[in-house]
Design a protein around this ligand. Sequence first.
Ligand code: PMP
Length: 445
Amino acid sequence: MEKLIELDKKHFIHPTSSIKDQQANGAKLIIEKGEGIYLTDKKGDVYIDAMSSLWNVNIGHGNKELAEVAKEQMEKLAFSSTFSTFSHEPAILLAKKIADLAPSKLNAVFFTSGGSESNDSAFKLVRHYWKIQGKPERNKIVSLKRGYHGVAAASTSATGIPEFWDMAGHMESGFVHAETPYWEGTKTSIDSIREVIEAEGPETIAAFIAEPIQGAGGVLIPPNDYFKEVRKLCDEYGIVFIADEVITGFGRTGKMFGMENWDVQPDMMSFAKGVTSGYIPLGGVLVSDKIHDVMKDKSMGTLFHGFTYSGHPVAAAVALKNIEIIEKQGLVENACKMGEELLKGFKQIKNELNIVGNVRAVGLLGAFELVADPDTNKRFASDLKVAPRVIAALHERGVICRAVTYESTDIICFAPPLIINQEQINTVIEKLHDSVAAVQKELNR
Ligand code: PMP
């Protein structure tokens, strides 16, 4: 154990981490195995993975069917290209399956290995779409403050959390951010998109991108009429509407895709995470028939965009089996039902304790806010580190969650595996109650 921690410090640069903290304190958890909603570390301590790790392990850990299908596919065809006119059955069948599940107008898929690649691809494909129609000036991307779209060059810039592009001191040009509907409400935030479009020049805007529910920004759920208004605005200006379904896709919100909650069809949709439940990296972008038709008609020569692992056969075979499991086990319906129970539990805690602000969930994507005054939603001073203290208290009680603390918010995010049952929800709620009560007591001292 000590040896591993030393090697980790010396050789492993962790993603999204504090390098100073790693060097001072070492890796806190070295996870050894996963089963269902549980993770076990090398010391043998068991945790409820209430975040599905990175919002992605939708079918839960340790599913043997996925391991078997990966082994079979590796033995048959571990890899072969999908560049140019090469193809293979797993990628073809997966593209067809995803097109069948997605909104009716989205029927063609470009595959990637994850969410960032999917969004970077979406931006390049949409710019290509405009260019081949003689409008190369339509190249800017509008996104939302507190949105998260990944960390590749373009997706970092679309991300509306400044820490992410600030870290390398640079945001690509051609990216602009509008207000967050969760805080601003529909009218103000739609007006803000309009202002951005008008300020930049409508003829320069290629696309608008948003998550159905802003995940990494703190599970920020928009008002019910927001995306209908977004759709109208995009149509008014002829702008392509991209839904980033990387977290919300494949059942997370109690619907197969998040945008179904508001019955709105985007023109493009990026996905990753839940498509394989994280068992193997895979992502992609779906495009509408309209966009695909323009590409079929006008895209001359080679489409100079493709990853070695676009449509990887093993990843595609695993995704197909994962989707089959989601459907066979009724996990979308379970997410809906258990999400209601999770929210009921949040509300109970809010009634009993006095540092709880807004609580919310759509399916199994939920958030629990901590505030100094629930009547006015006054936030705690950030140096009190209230959310990180609750996370630490949950950790001690065997629950892994995530805190979001940008702009002095104290938000605890929840996204447990979609297989979670009532008893396990009760355990999560009980431990959350005890953790928040313990921190409240410390704050009162
Ligand atoms: N979009 C959204 C909405 C995400 O939540 C994430 C990852 N958390 C990404 C894109 C980026 O995905 P990846 O980390 O697989 O590149």
